[in-house]
Ligand binder design. Structure first.
Ligand code: CO8
Length: 255
């Protein structure tokens, strides 16, 4: 299958899904996130031994969900949008082989959430990452309220989410949001090396390890709660103001 804004490429048993919308810093609109879900499903059907997720261009992994699309959504539409993002994040989290997010550039909001749904996050020195949704009058709605505290601890996650922090790569590594940080011009080689090493490991044992680790984090209730809460924020004055401000390139003035 082929898509306009997502590519699926293979190097042996290693599949790479690239979000390819650089003119919008790889922000995820409906078409792109649906394509991302289909590409992940195809990599699963073709039994990839490792799945790499990256963004096209030098500037961004994924700059988040598409604010221009989201800004006028009603509550039910916001709910459906949340479900769509959750389904793709869950497909990454439950992918039966190791997954690597290549966090090279911006990874905000839904971009940070897609990275957190991967097993391993490799960042470049110039990466900026965070669950920045609060400044748009919404909350992390694609799993961030559950996955961020798991990675960085509850108090740190609350600081990051409440303040909408945009972390530089080194801070993100210190806090546990990025597993490692490498110079910008070395990230592709490092990811290729890591993926090749993982592809040589015993696949069934890797899958069993991944499943066993996931059992300890059975947070389905939390993810469902987040989905319901997120949709309810669409149509509020603060959501409208936060997203209008982004589109109009000004600071938001919340009620
Ligand atoms: N959505 C839509 N368009 C975007 C986005 C985005 N998230 N990010 C960047 N773009 C667009 C810009 O509008 C611009 O387009 P144009 O050229 O047509 O004006 C283009 O990409 C380039 O962006 P900038 O000119 O702003 O580039 P800068 O280098 O000056 O700034 C930043 C880059 C810092 C990344 C800046 O673009 C920015 O702050 N973007 C928004 C980041 C953000 O807040 N992301 C979180 C979005 S909310 C979210 O992801 C919610 C997820 C959960 C959803 C759950 C739904 C139920």
């Amino acid at each position: 299958m082929t898509w306009d804004t997502v590519d699926l490429e293979w190097s042996g048993d290693i599949a790479t899904v690239t979000v390819d919308r650089p003119e919008a810093l790889n922000a995820l609109n409906v078409e792109t996130i649906e394509a991302m879900g289909e590409a992940i499903a195809e990599a699963r059907t073709e039994e990839a031994r490792v799945l790499v997720v990256r963004g096209a261009g030098d500037d961004a992994f994924i700059a988040g969900a598409d604010i221009k699309y989201m800004k006028d959504l009603s509550t039910p539409e916001g709910q459906a949008w949340g479900e769509l993002g959750h389904s793709v994040a869950n497909a990454l989290e439950r992918f039966p082989a190791p997954t690597i997010a290549v966090v090279d550039g911006y990874a905000f909001g839904g971009g940070c959430e897609m990275a957190m749904a991967c097993d391993i996050r490799v960042g470049s020195e110039s990466a900026l990452i965070g669950n920045t949704e609060i400044d748009l009058g919404i909350i992390p709605g694609w799993g961030g309220t559950q996955r961020l505290p798991r990675l960085v601890g509850e108090e740190t996650a609350k600081r990051m989410i409440y303040l909408g922090q945009r972390l530089d790569a080194e801070t993100a590594r210190e806090e546990g949001l990025l597993g490692e940080v490498v110079p910008d011009d070395e990230i592709d080689d490092r990811v290729a090396e890591l993926a090749a090493e993982l592809a040589e490991k015993p696949a069934f044992a890797l899958q069993a390890a991944k499943d066993a680790i996931a059992q300890g984090y059975s947070d389905i209730g939390g993810l469902d709660y987040e989905k319901r809460t997120f949709g309810g924020l669409f149509g509020t004055p603060d959501q409208r103001e936060g997203m209008d401000a982004f589109v109009e390139n000004r600071e938001p003035d919340f009620e």
